[in-house]
Design a protein around this ligand. Structure first.
Ligand SMILES: C[S@@+](CC[C@H](N)C(=O)[O-])C[C@H]1O[C@@H](n2cnc3c(N)ncnc32)[C@H](O)[C@@H]1O
Length: 302
């Protein structure tokens, strides 16, 4: 059975995707969707709003029916506040939901407090999925009589406004606890600082962009910089790690390439490595929508 999610992927084609977020039907660009839509045009015309790219970059929403400035969508017990941004983003990447389930299963099976490092963490989907699983298992908060939090969840993104948005999401669903740390910093710089501080993490998650900028303008180019960042992330794994998740949405990067990037983990620590396409599917949608690739490593004992 699919986890309760107030979201549905409905169709894709002609360079766009049609989705329901809460009660709002939205059409957004999906350049990979080079096929014809699988569902009738009439359904697409029901969209509350459609995002289109402008001819000189940027773009905007065209409204057919009103959509509030902010509205909520829930995945399990996690609430996300969504906003229609000027870039066509909403504050959630619903295609990450299968990874959130994978993390949840891992965390529940471990049944112990954990240290998570979430890099390029955006508005907190993964951070909150792990925090919720830890809270459910009774491992997020400090045990009675102890000051230090049980778990340590570290959320890193270079953009202050998205980190604030993530923290507000956490507060909204009652998870913004002492165990969550909100860091506005360049991902690689933060990893290097954590190595110097001799911190260790049981679970590391990265969803790097094709191109990004750190807090002081540091340029991140996935094809040039990812391998070095991963080398440093591997050095941050604890003695008893749980897993490692790498996702990517860069055109031309295929799943075995991500698996090759994580192969050193398999060689040095054993465990299991899997990779694949992140596919958006739904009983309502006749055609799956490819949304990037993933590679996941889980330790032997997890
Ligand atoms: C693809 S989004 C991540 C989506 C997120 N994992 C999720 O599922 O909600 C990429 C994020 O990387 C951040 N970013 C880009 N360059 C960065 C850098 N050098 N250091 C830290 N964060 C960066 C952006 O601000 C953006 O929030």
């Amino acid at each position: 059975m699919n986890a309760p999610f107030d979201y549905e992927y409905l169709d894709s084609g002609d360079g766009a995707r049609l989705e329901r977020f809460g009660e709002y039907l939205l059409a957004r660009p999906a350049p990979v969707a080079i096929w014809r839509p699988g569902r009738p045009r009439a359904l697409w015309r029901e969209a509350h709003a459609t995002f289109s790219h402008g001819t000189s970059g940027g773009g905007g929403w065209t409204f057919n029916r009103p959509v509030p400035d902010r509205f909520e969508v829930r995945w399990r017990d996690v609430a996300f506040e969504l906003r229609l941004s000027g870039l066509g983003h909403l504050g959630i990447f619903p295609e990450q939901a299968p990874n959130w389930e994978w993390l949840r299963t891992l965390v529940s099976a471990a049944d112990r407090p954990l240290k998570l490092l979430n890099l390029f963490a955006y508005t907190g989907g993964t951070t909150l999925a792990v925090a919720a699983a830890l809270a459910e298992a009774g491992h997020l908060r400090a045990p009675a009589g102890r000051k230090s939090p049980a778990s340590d969840i570290c959320h890193v993104d270079a953009v202050r406004s998205v980190v604030r948005w993530a923290s507000e999401n956490a507060t909204h669903c009652g998870l913004n606890d002492a165990g969550l740390r909100w860091i506005v910093e360049d991902a690689h710089k933060y990893v290097q600082n954590e190595i110097r501080r001799e911190r260790r993490y049981d679970l590391i998650v990265l969803d790097p962009p094709t191109f990004g900028r750190g807090r002081q303008g540091q340029v991140f180019k996935l094809e040039r910089d990812l391998a070095a960042l991963l080398d440093d992330c591997f050095a941050l794994l604890s003695r008893e790690p749980l897993g490692f998740l790498l996702t990517c949405h860069t055109p031309g990067i295929v799943a075995p390439a991500l698996a090759n990037l994580l192969a050193p983990l398999l060689a040095s620590r054993g465990g299991q490595l899997e990779c694949g396409d992140s596919l958006q599917t739904s009983p309502e949608a006749p055609l799956p929508l490819p949304c990037g690739v993933f590679a996941r490593w889980r330790a032997r004992s997890s």
